[in-house]
Design a protein around this ligand. Structure first.
Ligand code: ADP
Ligand code: ZN
Length: 630
């Protein structure tokens, strides 16, 4: 019964056939149940006639009974005066509470041949109850289970227990291409190789190259992860299998695992193909959760791992998975050879939002006054799904207003509706918040640039980020470095505290945005004091031991309490000193700070090069000024 797991289950034409055996068995059982002994006789051919009890008694009195069978529920008899070869069988129901034994003398008198018998029904019922019913039941149950396991629930009609929501969808051609995905250039770049591989696996296998089996798309909801996966399938012209991790959660034990198995089997049949697992965190969550295991999820995850390891990537099956909670994923999933590629699908910046709006207004009639650039500026924090939604809302509004084209007002008003509706999901900063975030991020970067005299960051953005950070500074990829001097670590501390220092210098306020910075700075300072012997006061003494280095790197103090208190004091004084230094520096360079922050506010994302251009121009001005003076 190979039932391909493709297509939408709800319209699977094979469903009816699967139900047939169940109904046949049920009908037979019910039928047998109702067939009584007389009916059996009837089936066997003899003529039968039901009579009332008094007719039977009369026959006894008349001594006309030839042969009689006495049972609790039926008395059947033949008459002497009937045709000998073809006697009619008469039957009647004995009266309740009448002792059949009273009949015996009378029957003796009439020289009847009589016998007692458990009724046919009883024997039959015994058989039915003892054997057929349980067997039938077992059969039905097995049939049900098999169907559920095979298809994740084929019996939509039989109670909700067997209903499963896991659905595999297959699209032969998604029809989505990279043209439909606005922005996300970095993500697209990473996926181009996969497309090429799907097109032409031989090219890679000929050299002996192994392509990653899977890639993990990480990003906030609605940023276009599904869309990207579909676009990969569309660009490569391969079938697209998709399933959502959360669908597995409610299923019977074993069902998810068998579903995963089927999924890979079907995909391998039509390879090259893409398998897309949405919300993989629902099954891929770390297995050592404190709340106790979830058998179903673990089995499904194990099966998934086994399938990923088991299939031959040269066949051209690529697994893409999406999540917005990469931190909860089981380490086993992220191991080399599994989802070892991570593709960040960021919230779109200004340009990205502009492009997204263009994509989604392709088929919309726009009025002359529409300015998508302005709309993009107004929608900081919105993701692709918000923008798609916004455009559609605007179109609906235009129709409601009886207009033939969407105008700017429609778009702006709809934005508010969309955002109000998705307040929790999308973070949209107010103007003042945006300014604070901009200064905070530039504060970090500027301190680093001025102290280290090298480009400290590759990118700064004030587009709210997946991680929950409102702004985001992408550090330069560190050159491989095994040793750090105390001076370098102090600069690192100043850099970490530069965000708060900028807030304080410019706005005179302290915000919650610096919480993470402070935590990291404190950790670093604590290490310097308690483990690295970098504090003059404490000296060359180790006060802490690192535990489980490969897990969380936590350490515990193993020194006298008074020493620990002393260490805390020392940590505080280092931090305060670094903070003051950062603040002094930023106050000195206030003009430069303003310049860069304003530029960042305008562009939302700036590169490290752009930042350094400002810094270098500033130091140029300084040296020129000095040489003029001197
Ligand atoms: P995710 O899987 O990340 O939650 P989806 O891919 O389901 O998000 O996106 C939902 C919808 O939002 C898409 O169908 C598309 O209409 C729109 N969308 C999201 N990101 C983009 C984008 N970068 N370009 C164009 N449309 C997008
Ligand atoms: Zn910060």
């Amino acid at each position: 019964m190979s039932n391909p797991s493709n297509g939408n289950r709800n319209t699977d034409p094979n469903r009816g056939k699967q139900k047939l055996p169940f109904f046949v068995i049920a009908a037979i059982c019910i039928g047998l149940f109702f067939i009584s002994g007389q009916m059996m006789n009837k089936l066997l051919g003899a003529e039968q006639k039901e009579v009332t009890y008094d007719v039977f008694l009369q026959a006894v009195e008349d001594q006309q009974v030839y042969e009689v069978e006495l049972a609790y529920e039926t008395i059947s008899y033949t008459r002497k005066d009937d045709d000998q070869k073809n006697r009619t069988i008469y039957y009647t129901t004995p009266l309740p509470y009448v002792e059949l034994t009273n009949l015996v003398p009378a029957l003796r008198n009439g020289e009847a041949i009589f016998s007692g018998k458990l009724t046919e029904q009883s024997t039959f019922m015994y058989l039915l109850q003892g054997l057929i019913l349980p067997l039938g039941f077992l059969g039905i149950t097995m049939l049900l289970m098999r169907n559920i396991a095979k298809k994740g629930g084929g019996f939509g009609g039989i109670g909700s227990v067997g209903k499963s929501k896991a659905k595999v969808y297959m699209e032969k051609e998604t029809g989505v291409t990279f043209r439909d995905v606005a922005g996300q250039d970095e993500a697209k770049e990473s996926l181009v190789e996969i497309i090429d591989f799907l097109h032409n696996p031989q090219k890679y296998t000929a050299i002996g190259a192994k392509l990653p089996k899977g890639a993990l798309l990480v990003g906030s909801p609605g940023t276009g992860k599904t869309l990207l996966a579909k676009a990969v399938a569309g660009e490569a012209h391969v079938p697209f299998f998709s399933i959502s991790g959360s669908d597995f959660v409610e299923m019977f034990v074993g069902v998810g695992a068998s579903r995963v198995r089927d999924l890979f089997k079907e995909a391998a049949k039509v390879a090259p193909a893409i398998i897309f697992i949405d919300e993989i965190d629902a099954i891929g969550r770390s297995r050592d959760s404190r709340l106790g295991g979830n058998d179903e999820r673990e089995q499904t995850l194990n099966q998934l791992l086994a399938e990923i390891d088991g299939f031959d990537s040269s066949k051209g099956v690529v697994i893409l998975a999406a999540t917005n909670r990469p931190e909860v994923l089981d380490k086993a999933l992220l191991r080399a050879g599994r989802f070892d590629r991570r593709i960040i699908v960021d919230r779109p910046n200004l340009e990205g939002r502009y492009q997204t709006l263009i994509v989604h207004t392709r088929n919309i009639h726009l009025a002359e006054d529409v300015d998508l650039k302005k709309l993009a500026q107004a929608t900081a924090g919105a993701v692709g799904a918000d923008l798609a939604n916004l455009v559609n809302e605007a179109a609906l509004r235009a129709v409601r207003m009886g207009r033939k084209a969407v105008n700017q007002e429609d778009l702006l008003v709809s934005f508010e509706t969309v955002i109000a509706g998705t307040e929790k999901k999308g973070t949209v900063l107010t103007d003042i918040e945006k300014r604070i975030v901009a200064y905070h991020e530039v504060g970090h970067a500027l301190v680093a640039a001025l102290r280290k005299h090298t480009q400290p960051v590759s990118k700064i953005t004030i587009v709210p980020h997946t991680s929950g950070a409102l702004g985001y500074t992408m550090q330069m990829p560190e050159e491989e470095k095994f040793l750090n001097s105390k001076e370098e670590l102090l600069i690192q501390l100043q850099t970490l505290l530069g965000g708060r220092a900028a807030e304080q210098t410019v706005f005179g306020i302290q915000t919650t945005g610096a919480a993470n910075d402070i935590q990291r700075a404190t950790e670093l300072a604590r290490r310097m004091v308690t483990q690295l012997g970098m504090s003059d006061k404490i000296g060359l003494m180790s006060l802490a031991t690192t535990q489980s280095e490969y897990l969380d790197g936590q350490s515990y103090m193993d020194c006298a309490q008074s020493t620990a208190a002393e260490a805390d004091q020392e940590i505080r004084s280092i931090l305060t000193q670094c903070y003051d230094q950062a603040k002094t520096l930023l106050t000195e360079k206030r003009e430069l700070l303003d310049e860069i922050a304003l530029y960042l506010l305008q562009k939302e994302t700036i590169t490290g090069d752009e930042l350094m251009a400002y810094v270098n121009a500033d130091s140029q001005r300084l040296t020129e000024g000095e040489s003029e003076n001197g």
